[in-house]
Design a protein around this ligand. Structure first.
Ligand SMILES: [Zn+2]
Length: 382
């Protein structure tokens, strides 16, 4: 069996469910050891970096014979939970597919990128420059791994090997989370003059958000990502049936596209609340940003995606269509690398069922991904 696929199976077999997502889960420490061992066996220099206690990033480097440009591969070693799966850590191969938690997202990308270093090392090494294989924790929760990585490691370019069906992703959306609280006055349900209904005050906020979302989606769309959007994610309020609710709490998400300034969601909510206060001086409500991650984009004509296109075309045939430059709807660690000044793209294997009860990756695509990344390394690191 190809070494990349053996490594993929070894990685699936080690539980690495994210402890921030699933309290009491295994976490990344054990899989980090497996990865460090695999990288040392290839001959890489291996360093670890605790992003949090017991949650290590593992970074392997392969130095070229002479100085030159560096290339980073980056992948996350955590997975989402396994509720409802029958054998999540038992890597089964069937009809050209490998099943198991993390098979697609993204132990296949990890296995491919680590195996690039093996292929290079076994074929005389890297002529010039440096290859950095960065395996990071916690992408499925808040990416403390990638945040820590960029404080210590840099490269002239990076490929995040999330699953892209062997397409090259050059853009993805960002997101901003905002919480809104409306304040009413608690009173006995029979006394309307004394009470003020915080939930109905929130209805005005929701109506404003509804109109805002329609405006966002009516704007001209990004060619790869479509438009920005928002949705109300979580809401709670009230204490019992027979009382006026004194508070209502909303948590919402705004998806952003490249070109939108950081903090835009909180500013839009502030504008809405200001308008509602102008309409009704008794309206009381406040908004606050909870967490945000920026969108990402690299130009299609940038040297990196063009080099990746070349590398893909000259590797094993990519069926059925020609490779294309695409956008991805979901956020990835590429934005953190990009914000740190590292030009980045996403490129990874083909599969399905990520975050669901039946997850698989196409075995052949893992090898095609590896082979294309070998070509890219030889082309870029000079
Ligand atoms: Zn992922």
């Amino acid at each position: 069996m190809d070494r990349a696929l053996q490594l993929l199976k070894d990685l699936i077999a080690v539980d690495s469910v994210n402890t921030s997502l699933v309290p009491g889960a295994a976490g990344e420490a054990a899989v980090a050891l497996t990865i460090a061992e695999a990288m040392r066996a290839i001959g890489l220099t291996v360093e670890t970096q605790d992003a949090a206690p017991g949650r290590p990033n593992v970074v392997g480097t392969l130095e070229g014979r002479v100085p030159g440009r560096s290339l980073m591969f980056c992948g996350h070693i955590d997975t989402v939970g396994v509720t409802g799966m029958t054998a999540p850590f038992d890597p089964v191969e069937r009809n050209g597919r490998i099943y198991g938690r993390g098979s697609q997202d993204m132990k296949s990308g990890l296995a491919a990128m680590i195996d690039v270093a093996r292929v290079l090392a076994e074929s005389g090494g890297l002529a010039a420059g440096k290859l950095v294989i960065a395996c990071v924790v916690d992408e499925e929760h808040s990416s403390i791994g990638a945040d820590a990585l960029v404080t210590r490691w840099r490269a002239d370019a990076a490929v995040v090997t999330e699953p892209t069906d062997l397409q090259i992703a050059i853009a993805h959306k960002g997101f901003e989370w905002v919480e809104v609280e409306t304040e009413g006055v608690a009173a006995h349900g029979s006394r309307p003059r004394e009470g003020r209904d915080a939930i109905r005050l929130m209805a005005r906020v929701l109506a404003g958000l509804d109109a805002l979302d329609q405006r966002l989606q009516a704007r001209s769309s990004h060619p790869l990502l479509g438009t920005a959007s928002l949705h109300a994610s979580l809401i709670e309020g009230g204490r019992e049936l027979s009382s006026y609710p004194d508070r209502c709490h909303l948590q919402m998400e705004r998806r952003t596209i490249p070109g939108e300034a950081p903090g835009i969601a909180a500013r839009e909510v502030d504008e809405l609340l200001t308008r509602l206060r102008a309409d009704d001086p008794e309206f009381k409500g406040a908004g606050k940003e909870m967490f945000a991650r920026s969108p990402y984009e690299i130009g299609a004509s940038h040297e990196l995606p063009q080099a990746m296109l070349r590398a893909l075309r000259t590797s094993a045939p990519v069926a059925p269509d020609a490779p294309a430059l695409i956008g991805m709807s979901f956020w990835t660690d590429a934005a953190i690398l990009g914000d740190a000044g590292i030009p980045s793209i996403l490129f990874g294997p083909t599969g399905a069922g990520l975050h669901s009860v039946e997850e698989w990756v196409d075995a052949q695509s893992v090898l095609q991904c590896r082979d294309a990344l070998v070509n890219l390394s030889r082309d870029w690191c000079r």
